[in-house]
Ligand binder design. Structure first.
Ligand code: GDP
Length: 319
């Protein structure tokens, strides 16, 4: 695969939209070692759902590169509970940022989606060309529809206006800055919290939603941020690119890793009243590998590091 033209960050003004989120804050950490100026916007300055505020921010702060990591995100239950927010807010954020970027001469934009854009029963590992080949997983279709529209918006601005805007689809992420609220979090953060609580309370059981059988790929957010910076520098194609780690485990195996890492002694109890979601979600990230990028952080090591972060920041993270 050809890498396309390369893009240098040297001396550039880089806006990380969504800098308070897990991915955005990891991108900010990663950019600290690049020779660039990092720009961020608080919600009070620019509510990204508001077109005028987004336009004013971009016009005044003049970013040259934008990482669009701002989104309304949540786990399997949050998606089912707030479908309108997941669809409307995400469409508004990406429409506003991508169009204002184009109108104000932003040179490069990296739009972030997720592996849930792919059909529920896509052949595994999932290649980029599986997009729109079958029905979506219903538990997260609101978010997925918005993200599909976002990557198509980037593709359309490339085609019609020649913008160097690309889309990256990370796999399931975990790490510092994750949402640790048990109602709305994704599984890795939820099981980490539950294992910590089981250790602290000495509970004999740990509740795992669903059957424990679904398979998921997990990637540490610092690996993801490193990949995204690599994509900004080295990727310039119409098609979106998968960002995965290749590390796949069942939900039950993940729960056992959490017990090990935290030292909790509980027994796993599977709650069949909760949904399993899609049976397997493993991305084929060979196009990213062909560009020359590799993940560095193993799952157990990454979870142990996240546990340390969580314990140090628990009060803030739990609210
Ligand atoms: P998904 O990858 O989009 O399906 O979203 P999640 O990360 O929320 O869920 C992944 C899988 O983990 C699903 O099969 C869930 O039922 C399962 N799971 C097990 N325990 C939990 C939990 O405590 N919270 C969440 N969010 N998922 C859990």
């Amino acid at each position: 695969m050809t890498a396309g033209k390369s893009y240098s960050l040297k001396g550039k003004r880089v806006w990380v939209a969504g800098h308070k989120g897990m991915v955005g804050s990891a991108i900010v950490r990663r950019l600290a070692s690049e020779d660039c100026t990092i720009l961020t916007a608080d919600r009070a300055t620019a509510d990204l759902r508001n077109q005028d505020q987004v336009t004013a921010f971009i016009r005044d702060s003049k970013p040259q590169l934008v990482f669009l990591a701002a989104a309304k995100v949540g786990g399997i239950l949050a998606n089912a509970t707030y479908p309108a927010d997941f669809l409307f807010d995400n469409l508004a954020i990406q429409n506003n940022v991508i169009d204002a970027a184009y109108r104000n001469g932003v040179e490069k934009l990296v739009f972030l989606g997720s592996s849930c854009i792919y059909p529920k029963l896509a052949p595994q590992p999932i290649r980029e060309d599986a997009l729109l080949t079958g029905p979506l997983e219903p538990t997260n279709e609101w978010y997925a529809i918005a993200k599909i529209a976002g990557l198509k918006l980037c593709e359309s601005y490339r085609k019609q206006y020649g913008c160097d805007y690309v889309s990256a689809m990370p796999t399931n992420l975990y790490g510092p800055g994750d949402n640790f609220n048990l109602e709305t979090s994704h599984v890795a953060a939820a099981l980490l919290v539950k294992a910590v609580q089981a250790r602290e309370s000495g509970a004999s059981r740990l509740d795992v939603w669903g059957s424990g059988k679904p398979l998921r790929e997990f990637m540490h957010v610092d690996d993801c941020a490193d990949a995204l910076v690599y994509v900004a520098k080295n990727y310039s194609e119409d098609l979106h690119i998968n960002v995965g780690s290749g590390q796949e485990v069942s939900i039950a195996e993940l729960a056992r890793i959490m017990l090990d890492v935290t030292g909790a002694k509980a027994e796993l109890v599977f709650d069949a009243s909760k949904p399993d979601g899609t049976p397997r979600k493993l991305m084929d990230s060979s196009r990213l590998a062909a560009l020359g990028w590799r993940p560095r952080i193993g799952l157990r090591e990454g979870m142990a590091q996240t546990l340390v972060w969580y314990l140090a920041n628990a009060a803030k993270a739990r609210h």
